[in-house]
Design a protein around this ligand. Structure first.
Ligand code: NAP
Length: 312
């Protein structure tokens, strides 16, 4: 039986390690502070932000949600971010994506002071990542590295294959694996012979956004498979194929009208992998934990007290 990499367990350990650090900051001066900018009424974003605010409250981190309307302009959002940059009690700023279509997302993200960039998306911090310099890292890939570390899965010298080259998951994931001395291949929609390349991976990371796309032919026997995908499906026939032998997941679809599936086939991964992250309960819980970790690290570095740097 493969090892199931339990993201909830790793999340709890990360949060337990942060708790005394938050208490120390709170008793020395003030608790760490995170501001979340949520523009408009995108339903999944509202759920994500609610979960982030709840995680802050559970840990004793001060949080603040700024909720401009769906009609907000780029200038209005930049002004909100700039005012948060100046606030000494705010150590981290997160701009929840996607922003409404009329907004220039790049300009808004660039306005975030790199020191307060809780998501690690600012190009300045991406540069720090490329250069192997300290700085906030993108939360999902950083959480995956923590998961590999806690489960003592060797990375150095291993062949790692990352499917997906997005700025928020695929690219930073590949760089973190590279810095941990894996030999890394990044794949995307134009990769030739994707199954063959994936089968080279002793560590295979799927960050694609295509339900159960990576089937048995993509998985090297015994590989560690990290499934970042979070796809909500509503189609009964598709769910019956993907969750063959899992009547409880099909029942969940009947009950809720949709069911969550990763980018890796959940049955095939059990048969071929040596270790894997389930969906849900694998990578998902790690992202918020690392957001908390980035905020605490910023507070410890005294970010709120320093004048904000803006790199545009
Ligand atoms: P994204 O920006 O849409 O990027 C998807 C990547 O997959 C792209 O690089 C794309 O290639 C590649 N791709 C798409 N179809 C492909 C195919 N048929 N063959 C090979 N590569 C293909 O997505 P993302 O933001 O990275 O997110 C990926 C998944 O992770 C989504 O399901 C998302 O919901 C999930 N996610 C989960 C968490 C979490 O906390 N668990 C966090 C973030 C994202 P091209 O570049 O060539 O188009």
């Amino acid at each position: 039986m493969p090892l199931i990499l339990d993201g909830n367990r790793v999340r709890d350990r990360i949060l337990d390690e942060l708790r005394p650090r938050v208490e120390a900051l709170a008793s020395a001066a003030r608790p760490p502070g995170l501001a979340v900018v949520l523009a408009g009424s995108h339903a999944p974003s509202q759920i994500y932000v609610r979960n982030k605010v709840k995680a802050c409250a559970d840990l004793g981190i001060y949080s603040e949600s700024v909720t401009p309307p769906e009609t907000a302009t780029t200038e209005e959002l930049v002004a909100i971010v700039e005012s948060l940059n100046q606030r000494p009690e705010i150590d981290g700023i997160l701009v929840q994506l996607p922003l409404p279509p009329q907004v220039d997302t790049r300009r808004v993200l660039l306005a975030v002071s790199p020191e307060k960039d809780a998501d690690g998306f600012h190009p300045y911090n991406v540069g720090n990542l490329v250069a192997g310099r300290p700085g906030p890292r993108a939360c999902t890939p950083a959480g995956i590295m923590e998961l590999l570390r806690q489960y003592e899965i060797p990375v150095a010298g291993k062949r790692a294959v990352v499917v997906g080259r997005s700025d928020i998951v695929g690219k930073p994931m590949a760089l973190l694996l590279l810095h941990a001395h894996a030999t890394v291949t990044i794949c995307h929609s134009k990769t030739a012979d994707l199954p063959g390349v994936c089968r080279e991976g002793q560590i295979l990371v799927a960050a694609i956004g295509r339900p159960a796309m990576l089937t048995a032919e993509y998985i090297r026997p015994g590989a560690t498979v990290i499934d970042v995908g979070m796809n909500r499906i509503t189609d009964r026939a598709g769910a019956a194929r993907i969750f063959r032998g899992s009547p409880e997941r099909l029942a969940a679809l009947e009950r809720k009208g949709s069911v969550l599936v990763g980018d890796v086939d959940p049955v095939d991964v059990q048969e071929k992998a040596g270790a894997y992250t389930p969906v849900p309960g694998g990578v998902g819980p790690l992202t918020i934990a690392m957001l908390m970790a980035n905020t605490v690290a910023s507070a410890e570095a005294g970010v709120g007290r320093k004048p904000a740097t803006v790199v545009c």
